[in-house]
Structure formats: structure tokens, C-alpha cells
Write a protein that binds this ligand. Structure first.
Ligand code: ZN
Length: 152
């Protein structure tokens, strides 16, 4: 299970393993922002989003990190459709390309053909099709190692 790390200003940064997230909480560099109340580690709810205590300048996000690719988006999203969680075989632009949306990690998600077609030239809000996760730049590991984890 991955944990989303967000900056002190609530901007999403990247995902880390649960083990890594717990280490950050223990070192007090991050605090729990959202947790799954029905799942516990000992007496604590399992964190799903942790927030950095101090703001981290994220200029590196634009100069570093893996380059965007369709394959990378599918790997990052575990081959699942970001709208219905079914098997994905297309790339959907959150803000459609016809309206200026670009090929970036934050603007693209894996999607199945029917959801992609249904959404059309609309945003998720306009289409009434909420995204199941925040698309963010993946770690190098996420796009280089094929994840074998089954969809929930
Ligand atoms: Zn779908």
C-alpha cells in the first residue's frame, strides 16, 4: 500500500511505501493528514496521506524525475482506469487536449476506452466522473518496476 506525501502547503509531492511513511512519522518530519480509520497498525490508523512538517522547495520536480510517457502513466496507475478501476488501455487527459491540456504526469491518467469516450472533451467535474486518485509525478521505481500488486 502506498502513502501520498503532500507538502506543508498541501501540494502533492510523491508516493512512498507505508514502511517509509511510518519512518517519516517516527522521525517527526511528517504528520498524518488522512488515515484509513478501519485499518490499524497497533493502535494507530494506517496513514493514507502524510503532510511534511516543513515546506520543501519542489523546483526539482520540474527539472528532475522520470520523463512523461504513456507507458509510465499505465505503470504508475497500475493498469487501472482512474474512473472505474477497470483494466485501462488508453490515456485520458484530465483537462482535455482540445482545451490546452498537456502530456504531463499531473494531467494524464490511465483510463478504459468506455470511460475515456464517455468523458470526452470535459473535465472530470463537468462529466461527473471523479478521479479515484490524484495523478502526480511517479518515483523512478514506480515507472521502472512493473508492479504486481492486484487492484483493490
Ligand atoms: Zn473506466
Amino acid at each position: 500500500m502506498d502513502v501520498l506525501v503532500i507538502n506543508a502547503d498541501l501540494g502533492p509531492l510523491h508516493r512512498v511505501s507505508l514502511r517509509h511513511a511510518v519512518r517519516m512519522l517516527v522521525r517527526q518530519v511528517a504528520e498524518v493528514h488522512e488515515a484509513a480509520p478501519d485499518r490499524l497498525i497497533g493502535v494507530y490508523p494506517v496513514p493514507t496521506v502524510i503532510r511534511l512538517v516543513r515546506y520543501v522547495v519542489t523546483k526539482w520536480r520540474y527539472s528532475g524525475g522520470p520523463a512523461w510517457s504513456r507507458r509510465g502513466v499505465h505503470l504508475r496507475d497500475g493498469g487501472r482506469c482512474a474512473y472505474c478501476l477497470g483494466p485501462a488501455n488508453t490515456i485520458d487527459h484530465v483537462l482535455p487536449r482540445s482545451r490546452g491540456g498537456r502530456n504531463t504526469w499531473a494531467n494524464t491518467v490511465a483510463a478504459c476506452g468506455p470511460c475515456n469516450q464517455r468523458k470526452g472533451d470535459r473535465t472530470p467535474a463537468e462529466a461527473g466522473m471523479p478521479l479515484r486518485w490524484h495523478p502526480v509525478m511517479p518515483s523512478w521505481a514506480a515507472v521502472m518496476i512493473r508492479r504486481t500488486r492486484a487492484a483493490p
